[in-house]
Design a protein around this ligand. Sequence first.
Ligand code: PNS
Length: 159
Amino acid sequence: MKKAIYAGSFDPITLGHLDIIERAARMFDTLVVAVLENPNKCSLFTVEERKEHLELVLCNMKNVEVASFRGLLADFSKEIGATVAIRGLRNTMDFAVEYQMYLINRKLGKDMETVFLAADEEHLSLSSTNVKEVAVFGGNIDFMVPQEIKPFIIEKYKK
Ligand code: PNS
């Protein structure tokens, strides 16, 4: 049984994340999508809210589980028995950052491998940051996020 982990902030999940999740889920027996609990980062949604969004969007994907974690990805991966970390790449800037993270994760988790999935061309401009930048001004985010979570984003900015 090959278990992989796709960790991230998912604040909020984008269509780019969803594409990576769908593709990774086809490659592994189990895929754990894990929200990082990062007390140092100011987020739009709480960890619980982000987990709920993921559960809603991914509920029909039988081999996908949703989790959250604190601390190091390498430690959490070991704890849940995941040996492969999935990362999406949109461009060379992503690559520079992700390659460093891969090297560190390899040092921290001896049996840990990273699989990079190149983003679909439709999603090259997507990021959670861009979603928030558009949503705060009431712009159209239909092409950025799964439809199920759009109301939660709109609601957040109404407050
Ligand atoms: O959605 P993001 O911000 O691209 O996700 C980054 C994430 C959560 C995968 C990364 O920051 C992470 O794994 N953080 C946990 C701390 C860790 O293990 N760091 C080691 C690599 S520097």
